[in-house]
Structure formats: structure tokens, C-alpha cells
Write a protein that binds this ligand. Sequence first.
Ligand SMILES: Nc1ncnc2c1ncn2[C@@H]1O[C@H](COP(=O)(O)OP(=O)(O)OP(=O)(O)O)[C@@H](O)[C@H]1O
Ligand SMILES: [Mg+2]
Length: 494
Amino acid sequence: MVGWTEKYRPRKLDDVIGNKKAKDELRQWAESWLSGIPKFRAVVLIGDPGVGKTTCAHALAKELGWQVVEMNASDHRNADAIKRIATHGAMGETFTDDGEFRDSASGQRKLIILDEADNVFGREDYGGIKAISTTITGAQQPIVLIVNDYYELKRRSSTIAQNTKSIKFSKPHKQSINKLLKMIAKAEGLSVADSALDFITERSMGDVRSAINDLQALAEGRTEIKEEDVIALGKRDTSQTVFNSLAVIFRTGNCKRSREAVFDLDEDPETLILWIDENIPIAYKDAADIAAAYDALAKADVFMGRVRRRQYYGLWGYASDMMSCGVSLAKSRSYSGFVNYAFPGWLRKMSASKGYRSTMSSFAAKLGSHTNKSSKVVLQEYLPYFRTLYTQDREFRLNMTRRLGLTEEEVGFLLGQKPDSAKVRRVFDDLRKVEAVGKTPGTEDKAQADEDAGTEEEASADEGSLKEDGDRPEVASEEPEAEPDVQSSLFQFE
Ligand SMILES: Nc1ncnc2c1ncn2[C@@H]1O[C@H](COP(=O)(O)OP(=O)(O)OP(=O)(O)O)[C@@H](O)[C@H]1O
Ligand SMILES: [Mg+2]
């Protein structure tokens, strides 16, 4: 099946939505080549993913009848080839790439496109930057560099920055994206409810590529997209965004971009590490790159272990950086082309065996749905406080266990105990007793219970609490009390 983004990729600059100023600047620059070598031999197109940079570069060449020579900027084996073509006088060219003869009058210019040039600028160890920089200064042919991160380019090579005209691409307006989607839907004989279309547009956040991809995903097996169908899109959201983030991590050589891809992701680091783990050998091909990527991941895992053991969530940032930036920079060359990322097998197994990670995710989902926050926010911002309150305040503990419908695994996770430990059992016994007397948890044996549910991490704590079990006072009270107002506002849901 043809991807709609390719099928509907504009062939003409005028069909590229938004970015009028950028298109004008691009045209002007191209025209400056018609009367000799201009001041700027190269332009650099800057902008977020999926806004039309690559599309515009190709459409420009088509508009002017120029041939395109597309180079992978990060492959330093190409540096010589780039240089040879770029520094070769245009009008002397008498043969096209296909061997077709052209007289000198119709000898074509070649537009050299160095796409994803970030891959070069993000790296320290390449002669690539230098090669590009000398190529630009001596170019006899127009060159288009494409980057996501101009700041990085400037930082890495002031020569390139000074000798190129920068053209900024911004995210097209929502109305334009909406119109484009309508046009595609029409061409595909698809009827789409306006509200569904708005939802897709909204969700794309200016990334035209992802908007078109969403539309295509929703259209699969349908001729009509109704408002309720977009709910499915919402559900697909997580894996969709994970795939997007993986693509950035594995494809970019730019640390900042990679880090941002993880930062924006609504997925906790514990889960993300599994995704990356599973997909390193799929995304990278060279053994050395794979090894280096796993090395970065192992470092991330060390930080995660400290987070787990010490509940020190501040370290999550380091873990995240190792996973994103560390894995991105582990490669010695770029890998392009479509990659079919795999769902982590381990995650599947873990959720079947109710392991730590899946318990954490299920808890986060429960608290998240009550607080109307994402799992990521819950885990990063709420969990530490929640856990403190949960272990120290009996009323809070019993209330939350009941309200969130926590399982033994989840209670064990919060208390740092095994699900079948005495401490976990006691929480449920306690709750049952309280419910049996028809009242909500009160404060009668608060001090004792709080002690019981302490946060000792050692496994031996289990045995200790088993002994205590016998002489623990019963929770009993004849007089029903009103629901105690024990919660802090942070977790006050009702
Ligand atoms: N401004 C636009 N107008 C119409 N279609 C667009 C536009 N921007 C993106 N698209 C669609 O999205 C696809 C991807 O766009 P393109 O490759 O130009 O993005 P890009 O800016 O180069 O992104 P990246 O930084 O990820 O390489 C195109 O094939 C096209 O279908
Ligand atoms: Mg591109």
C-alpha cells in the first residue's frame, strides 16, 4: 500500500501548504543562480519534522527544471562525491546521470540536497562538517542543507552558518492542515466528520506528515470516519508516539532532538527502556553501533535501578538522557529507510507475570485516570508524594486502596513489599474489617498501623511483620464515623 504522505507529497512549491515566506525566499535564492554564482551558494532549511522542508527542496528543483542530487550528509564516504558534483561547473555538463546527451545550452544545474544534515552536526568525529563547509565555499552548484536544529549547526560550524542563507520553516496553520486533509479524503472517496477532522488536525500539532498518517490509519477498512472513530486514534496514541520517538532516537545524531523526543513522550522510562532495548538490533545494523547503543542503555538501567531502590526520582533524568541521547550518538553512521519497530516482547511477558514494571504502569494508569493526569506525570510528579502518604498515613492508605481498587501487586509496589507479604495482606484485612463494620477508615489505631506499613526495603521485613501480626490490635469501632477528610488536595478526587 502506498503511504498517503508520499502519494500526496506536493510536486509544486505552490501546493506546499503554509510557509509562504520560506517558499518565496527559496525561489529568490534559486533565481539568484540564474545569473552566475550568487552570494550564498547554499541555503539551509530549518524546521520541525513534517512541515515540508524536504518536499520544498524537491519541488523547487522541479519548478526550475534542475536535476536533483540527493546526498546523505552523514555518510562520510559520500563527502568526496558531494564535493565532486558540487564543485563541478554546471554548464560544462554534457551528459545527464542517465547518460543522455545535453548540449551546453541546455546543460542543467544540479540541486544538491543534503537532507538530515543534523546527523553530521551532531557528531564530533566526522570529517563531514569540514567536507560540507569546503564544498559550500567552492560550490558551482546550488546546495540545500536541511536541518531540524539550526543552533547546533551554528555551534558546530560557523563557516557553514556564515556562508549559507537560512530559511525558517514553521508549522502550517490548523486551517491549512484541515483543508489539506479534506482534499485527501475527497480524493480517496472518504467521508470524514468535521469533528473527526478537527481532532486529527489538533493532534498533529502542526506536523503535516503525522496528520496525514493518522488520517490514513483511520481510513483503513472504512469509507466513512465518524466522530467516535477517532477515539480509536486516541487509544493508538501511546504506541504511535512511542514509534515516533523511537524513529527520532534511532535516526537522529542530534542529542537535543533525541532528548526532546523522549521528553514529549507520555510513557514512563521503565517502559521506554524496554522499547529501546527491543529495537536497537532492528534499527542499527553495524555490530559496533549495536554494542555501543546497548552500552548506553546499560548505563540508563543503572540509574533506573537506583531510582527503583532508593525511590530517588531525580535520577530519572539521567536515565532518560542515556536512553535517548546516549543511544542516538552510539551510531557511527546514519540509518535511513522505513523501520518496522517491534513491540517489546519482554513487556508482554512482564505484564503476563505481573512484574514490577507492569504493576507500576497499572498503578499509574489508575491514579492517572482519577487525577486526570497522564501516567508519566503520575510517575514523575505524584508517585513520590503518594507513596509517602500511602506508607505513613493509614487512612489515606485504606481510602486509596479502596477508591483506586488497588490489587495486591499494586499495594506491594507502593509499600515496597512482595504482593504475598504479610504487610500487603494486612492492608486488605484492615480494609475488610473497616468495611465490615460499615464505616470508612478512621483513626483508631493509626499510629500502630503506620508503624506496620513502614518502608523497610529488606525482604526480611516480611518475617518481622508476620510476628507482629498476632499482637496487632484489631480495628474495630461501634460508632460509624463520617468519611474522614484525610486527603491532601493533591489527591482529592471527589
Ligand atoms: N507544508 C506541507 N504541505 C503539504 N504536505 C506536507 C507539508 N509538509 C509535509 N507534508 C506532507 O508530509 C510529508 C513529509 O514532509 P517532508 O518530508 O517535506 O517533511 P520534512 O519537513 O522534511 O520533515 P523531516 O524534518 O522529518 O525530514 C510529505 O510527503 C507530505 O505528504
Ligand atoms: Mg525531511
